[in-house]
Design a protein around this ligand. Sequence first.
Ligand SMILES: C[C@@H](Nc1nc2c(c3cc(-c4cn[nH]c4)ccc13)C(=O)N=C/C2=C\CC1CC1)C(C)(C)C
Length: 328
Amino acid sequence: KDRGAAVSMRKEVDANGKTIMRPVKKGVRDFSFGRVLGEGSYSTVYFATDRQTLKEYAIKVLEKKHIIKERKIKYVNIEKDTLNRLTEHPGIVRLYYTFQDENSLYYVLDLCNGGELLGVLKKTGTFDEECTRFFGAQILDAIEYMHSRGVIHRDLKPENVLLDDQLHVKITDFGTARLLSDPRAPQAPPRIEDTGTSSRSKDQDDDSRAASFVGTAEYVSPELLTNKNACKASDLWAFGCIIYQLLAGRPPFKAGSEYLTFQKIVNLDYEFPMGFPSAARDLVERCLVLDPARRLTIEHIKNHEFFDGQQFGKALWRTKAPRLRPYA
Ligand SMILES: C[C@@H](Nc1nc2c(c3cc(-c4cn[nH]c4)ccc13)C(=O)N=C/C2=C\CC1CC1)C(C)(C)C
């Protein structure tokens, strides 16, 4: 069922003169398209206004011909299924409805006026601890919600963390997510040392992309590089990389080529810049652990000293963003 189906109702009079409400599916004509907000590999995201309600949205447009030629139909379906599964969390970009015309697919989504977190970070270079805590707590809250709905993002990075006009986080880009068939199944993380014997669970077989997909080099977890499949803890590896990057101004693993970056990751070859705050350092060190089974869990991270005094849950999403300041 396309959750994006009939959204607005139109009053009409039927054959016997009775007034009825007929569901009306919105289409391209109902929106006036503005500037391009972002370009993905298979999509373009536009600013758009609903002509009727004047509400502003982001509309992601995917060209059918291109998706078919590039054999990305599965990604498109995964993204739509994921967005339809992640419906009510302030930290996740919301999909309102979808429609299509002969050439393209259209997703009507939350507009994130603040753009990408990476862009904001580049302006100040680094964030101080208060800002890092503010953004980190929201990203963690959103990851907790995703995992509770059986979704592993697999490509978390500052480019995919968008901001709304209150500088609140909106996680996006779910085309590479992994949907666990049973969201509640406690997912046993694969142990690095016995990769040879790791049993291929049902999910892995379903998720034929498990063997092929690898995220963005700097944020890829070691288990994805060694035994090919991501688990929920893989998103917490990326979380550790993001916390490091917000305070240091660069990701922990970055080398001249993807291959050299991968080498650094599997060898846990990174160091902290001088003056990196100690609580944050301890948190990052406990997230950037090669064995996913030994990485901090979300609960542990929320209770970590770095987040002392930080509220999570509803209260978190009502707090005002701190002034953006660089780390001294
Ligand atoms: C990461 C993504 N970039 C973006 N994706 C989305 C934006 C977005 C907005 C700005 C922006 C706004 N103001 N200034 C810049 C810059 C980049 C954006 C938005 O507002 N709403 C939903 C989006 C995506 C939803 C998608 C999950 C379905 C790529 C590069 C892939 C196009």
